[in-house]
Design a protein around this ligand. Structure first.
Ligand code: PLP
Length: 388
């Protein structure tokens, strides 16, 4: 697959003078270059790799009024000078297009998505922090840019990819306390819960504020109709270990189909851990925690990887604290006892970071293609063909 990309002449100098701060944080340090690509008159124009900076949009651009927007969250890893590796990027690509379909936005071709991301990761590669848990967080997104105040799908869009050299999402190692949201809801059947679109997150912020005030760090969303089934957190999927089995809410159309979720399910099954994808009632969760059948709970997602949950709690301060216990699984042919969450996190992270074999073919090496770019024109902007 070949893709054309225009590289702004300023990119080389900008990258030469860029330095990582001592404290990089998560999502706060932004790489100094980015990808932009416009969709006009039904076609995607040639993408550009240029300096990171403000976008020029008219106040009547549809994105500001109707929120026609989608995004993805992915990571590139470069631990111990290996990589950079992307993790299952095709899954992000597929989910991006399925979000696009739901939000009446144009389909993006695979070479445009994968090629621009690889080009950006390659350029930013020297700035990917290389301690375990660190990564380059990549944020591809698409916004509606047509200038018109009528409520109708935009005819013009912009695809953008920015990247952020990042440390762990949560600063503290300790497990999190999760707030059971019984009033607000995140997603309804037939709505946009399955899509990665800004509105889902904006509407959840009121609960995030409430949770924080009450001393919790995440919201647990329930189904919108009956408020009886556990769904997910605002940016993470939910797992519990009940009687040694891994249980996670089934994908019903209101939950985001997490790539971390599906990866953990596969790894667990391959280590003789039973996995149940089914409805997980709130009553079952509370009772299971109280009576000690639920011995672990954790949240998972690209940003957080896997984060243990120590308790679930209510608005009135009632908390259900998990009494953690070891379970059994198989590792390298041997039966082992331990915490399933800790085991799965290490299995997943070592695979993502290139510290272990990848039996699934999930790791995708980003070619260091700067030198292999095939120049086709020279001028103010280099235009190159990129293998992707
Ligand atoms: C609402 C929501 N659920 C779950 C996830 C986890 O998905 P993934 O593992 O693909 O990052 C995310 C993060 O993207 C999310 O935003």
């Amino acid at each position: 697959m070949k893709m054309k990309i225009k590289i702004d002449d300023r990119v080389t100098d900008i990258l030469k003078s860029f330095k990582l701060p001592d404290e990089i944080g998560f999502g706060t340090t932004i790489a100094p270059v980015m990808i932009t690509c416009d969709f006009k008159e039904g076609i995607w124009e040639t993408p550009k790799l240029g300096p990171y900076g403000p976008l020029k949009l008219q106040p009547t651009a549809k994105i500001f009024h109707y929120g026609q927007e989608i995004f993805e969250g992915m990571k590139a890893y470069r631990v111990n000078k290996k990589g950079p590796y992307l993790f299952r990027p095709l899954e992000n690509y597929k989910r991006f297009n399925s979000s696009a379909e739901r939000m009446a936005m144009p389909f993006i071709p695979e070479d445009l998505f994968m090629g621009t991301i690889k080009a950006l990761v390659d350029k930013v590669s020297p700035f990917i922090p290389n301690q375990s848990g660190d990564s380059l967080y990549i944020r591809p997104f698409m916004i509606s840019t047509e200038n018109h105040l009528g409520i109708a799908p935009s005819k013009e869009f912009k695809f953008i990819v920015v990247a952020s050299p990042s440390a762990s999402y949560f600063k503290k190692e300790k497990p999190i306390d999760v707030f059971i949201e019984r009033f607000y809801v995140r997603a309804v059947e037939g709505g946009t819960g399955q899509a990665k679109t800004g509105g889902n997150y904006a509407s959840g912020l009121v609960s995030a504020m409430k949770a924080e005030k009450l001393g919790y760090s995440q919201t647990l969303w329930l189904d919108a109709e009956r408020r009886e089934d556990c769904e997910e957190m605002s940016g993470m999927n939910l797992f519990v270990v009940k009687n040694g089995k891994l249980v996670t809410p089934a994908l019903t159309g209101t939950i985001l189909e997490g790539i971390t979720r599906s990866s953990l399910i596969r790894i667990a099954k391959d280590h003789n851990i039973d996995v149940e994808e089914r409805s997980l009632g709130l009553k079952e969760l509370i009772q299971g925690v109280k009576e000690g059948q639920i011995t672990e709970a954790f949240a998972c997602g690209t940003a957080v990887i896997l984060k243990s949950i120590s308790s679930f709690g209510e608005e009135d301060g009632t908390t259900y604290k998990i009494k953690s216990k070891e379970s059994e699984y198989t590792y390298q042919g041997e039966k082992v006892r331990g915490q399933i969450g800790i085991f799965l996190k290490e299995m997943l992270l070592s695979l993502q970071e290139g510290r272990s074999k990848d039996p699934y073919g999930w790791r995708v090496k980003v070619p260091t293609s700067v030198d292999s770019y095939q120049k086709v024109t020279k001028g103010d902007n280099q235009q190159v063909h990129l293998d992707c």
